[in-house]
Design a protein around this ligand. Structure first.
Ligand code: GLA
Length: 520
C-alpha cells in the first residue's frame, strides 16, 4: 500500500471514529468460531426445488460431482447445503430428527460423507421454532437445540441455516443464541447462518451470534425481487466484516427468470456487498452462460477479498447507482448499476472512491476483461438492468514537491502557473543543491514534473536511499517557466519506504520541480 493510500485509509478510519453514532451501532466483536472469514460460497437447493420431489440425495450428489468436474470447487465454491423438507414430520422414539427415506434413502451422514469425499463441506437446515416453514410441518429445534446440534455434528454437518418459522413469539436473540451455544458445545466447527429475514434488525446484534444473517425476506427469480434485496442490503455495509456478513439471500443465477444482464447484475452486486454466493440453480440443467457468470473469478475475488469490506453507495440518482468497495491491496471495485428501463451514462471518479491521488489509474472491466487507463474519470454507458463492474488500481502515487525537503536556499514557490498541487520546488542555484522525497515502494518508474525556462539543461544525479542510480540526468529547457514537462527513469524500488534525492550537478541548480510520480 502506498503512503498516499495508507493516508487515505487512515483518514477514512478517523472519519468513522469521529462519527460516534456509527461506532455505537457497530457490534463490538464477531462470533469467535473462526469460520467464514470470507463470505460462504456454495450451493443450496431451495431456490430451484423448494420441496418438490426432485430434492433428493441423487440431486445433491450430482451437485457435488459438478462442483468438482466443472471447476466450481476450484473457483472457491465449498458448501453443499440442503434446505427444508429433508426430514420426516416426526422425531423418533429418542427424540431425534429422522431423514425422509424417500428423499435420502442412505441417510444424511452418508450424504455428508459423500460430499466430504469430494473435498467439499456439507450444510443442513432447520428452524428456530417448533416447526420449519413448510406446511407439511417438519420439526424445528426450539427446545431441542442441543439434541439437534449434537445430531448434526455426529453426521458431519459443517453449516447450519437456522430459520424463523413457528417461533411461538420467543425473543429472537434468545432463540438464536441458544443454537449458537448448542453448536459450540457440539464439539464440531459449524458455520452458523441466521435466517430471521431481517425482522429484528440482526445486523445490530448478531455479529457475536452468527456468521451471517439474512437481511431480507425470500428472494424470487425475477428482477424486481432481486434488486429490492440489493436495495435493502446495500445500506448495511458498516455491519459486515470477516466472520459476520449481511445475507440478502441465495443466488437465482441460472433459474431462468432473469436476462443474462440481470443475472450479471445480481452476481456483481452480491460480490460487491460481500454477500454469500450460494448457487440456487440445479447445476445439472443450467446453461454455459450461467456457468460463465458463476465462475467469473475476477468477480468472485471481490466477494472473497480478505479485507472483508462490503461496498458502500457513492451515489444513487433515479435508479443509477454507483457502488465502491475497498479491497485489501488498496484497489477499489466500482459498480455502475442501472436499475432503470433505459440505457444511461453513469459516472463517478477515482477520487470519489478514496483511492488516493495518482496521475493515472487502471480500470479493468471484470465482465468484458477490457483494460484501460484513466486520469480519474470513470464513466460508462450502461444498458437497462445491467451493471458495469471495474477493478480500479492506482497507476502511480504522486508526491508533490511541496512535501519534499530542500537543501539550504531552496523555496516552495507558486509564481509560475500550471503546476499541480499548491506549488513547486525552486532549488538553490548551486552545485549540490537538492530536492528530496520520502516515498513508498514497490515501484519501477520515477517520473518528475518540472519546468526549465532557460535555454540550458539543468542536470541532476538521481539517488535512491543514498546511492546514485542515474548520474547527470538532463532536465532540458521547456521554453518557459510556465511550461511543464516530465523526465522519467526506470528504477527497481522494493516494497517499503525509500528516499529519492535529485542533486544538481551544475551551478544553475535543479530545474523547478513540481512533483514525483512513483509508478508500479
Ligand atoms: C424460509 C426461508 C427460505 C427457505 C424456506 C424453507 O422461507 O427464508 O430461505 O429456507 O423457509 O421453507
Amino acid at each position: 500500500m502506498s503512503f498516499l493510500r495508507r493516508t487515505a485509509v487512515a483518514a477514512a478510519a478517523f472519519a468513522l471514529a469521529a462519527s460516534g453514532t456509527v461506532l455505537s451501532q457497530t457490534p463490538a466483536s464477531a462470533l469467535e468460531n473462526g469460520l467464514l472469514r470470507t463470505p460462504p460460497m456454495g450451493f443450496n437447493n431451495w431456490n430451484s426445488t423448494q420441496c418438490k420431489a426432485d430434492f433428493t440425495e441423487t440431486m445433491i450428489r450430482g451437485i457435488a460431482d459438478i462442483f468438482v468436474s466443472k471447476g466450481l470447487k476450484d473457483a472457491g465454491y465449498t458448501y453443499v447445503n440442503i434446505d427444508d423438507c429433508w426430514a420426516l414430520p416426526d422425531r423418533d422414539a429418542k427424540g431425534d430428527l429422522v431423514p425422509d427415506p424417500a428423499r435420502f434413502p442412505h441417510g444424511i451422514k452418508a450424504l455428508a460423507d459423500y460430499v466430504h469425499g469430494k473435498g467439499l463441506k456439507f450444510g443442513i437446515y432447520t428452524s428456530a421454532g417448533t416447526h420449519t416453514c413448510n406446511k407439511a410441518g417438519f420439526p424445528g429445534a426450539l427446545g431441542h437445540e442441543q439434541q439437534d446440534a449434537n445430531l448434526f455434528a455426529s453426521w458431519g454437518v459443517d453449516y447450519l441455516k437456522y430459520d424463523n418459522c413457528n417461533n411461538q413469539g420467543v425473543d429472537a436473540q434468545q432463540r438464536y443464541k441458544a443454537m449458537r451455544d448448542a453448536l459450540a458445545k457440539s464439539g464440531r466447527p459449524i458455520a452458523y447462518s441466521i435466517c430471521e429475514w431481517g425482522q429484528n434488525k440482526p445486523w445490530t446484534w448478531a455479529a457475536p451470534v452468527g456468521n451471517l444473517w439474512r437481511s431480507t425476506g425470500d428472494i424470487s427469480d425475477k428482477w424486481s425481487s432481486m434488486i429490492a434485496k440489493a436495495q435493502t442490503n446495500r445500506g448495511l455495509a458498516q455491519y459486515a466484516g470477516p466472520g459476520h456478513w449481511n445475507d440478502p439471500d441465495m443466488l437465482e443465477v441460472g433459474n431462468g427468470g432473469m436476462t443474462a444482464a440481470e443475472y450479471r447484475t445480481h452476481f456483481s452486486l452480491w460480490a460487491m456487498m460481500a454477500a454469500p454466493l450460494l448457487i440456487g440453480s440445479d447445476l445439472r440443467k443450467v446453461s454455459d452462460d450461467s456457468f460463465s457468470i458463476l465462475k467469473n473469478t475476477d468477480v468472485i475475488a471481490l466477494d472473497q477479498d480478505p479485507l472483508g469490506k462490503q461496498a458502500t453507495v457513492l451515489s444513487s440518482n433515479g435508479g443509477l447507482v454507483v457502488y465502491s468497495k475497498v479491497l485489501a491491496n488498496g484497489d477499489r471495485a466500482v459498480a455502475l448499476s442501472n436499475e432503470t428501463t433505459a440505457t444511461a451514462t453513469i459516472s463517478t471518479s477515482a477520487s470519489a472512491t478514496g483511492i488516493g491521488s495518482a496521475s493515472s489509474y487502471t480500470l479493468k472491466d471484470l465482465w468484458t476483461k477490457a483494460i484501460r487507463t484513466t486520469s480519474g474519470s470513470i464513466s460508462a454507458s450502461v444498458p437497462s438492468h445491467a451493471t458495469v463492474l471495474y477493478r480500479l488500481s492506482s497507476g502511480a502515487s504522486r508526491y508533490e514537491a511541496e512535501s519534499a525537503s530542500l537543501s539550504a536556499g531552496g523555496t516552495i514557490d507558486s509564481n509560475h502557473a500550471g503546476f499541480s498541487g499548491t506549488g513547486f520546488a525552486n532549488g538553490a542555484n548551486a552545485i549540490g543543491s537538492y530536492v528530496e522525497w520520502q516515498v513508498s515502494g514497490p515501484a519501477s518508474t520515477l517520473t518528475f514534473g518540472y519546468a526549465n525556462g532557460t535555454t540550458t539543461a539543468r542536470p541532476v544525479d538521481i539517488s535512491v536511499d543514498g546511492t546514485v542510480v542515474a548520474a547527470g540526468v538532463p532536465f532540458p529547457s521547456t521554453g518557459a517557466w510556465t511550461t511543464w514537462s516530465t523526465v522519467s527513469r526506470t528504477v527497481a524500488l522494493a516494497a517499503g519506504p525509500h528516499t529519492i534525492r535529485l542533486t544538481a550537478t551544475t551551478a544553475d541548480g535543479p530545474a523547478n520541480l513540481d512533483y514525483l510520480d512513483v509508478s508500479p
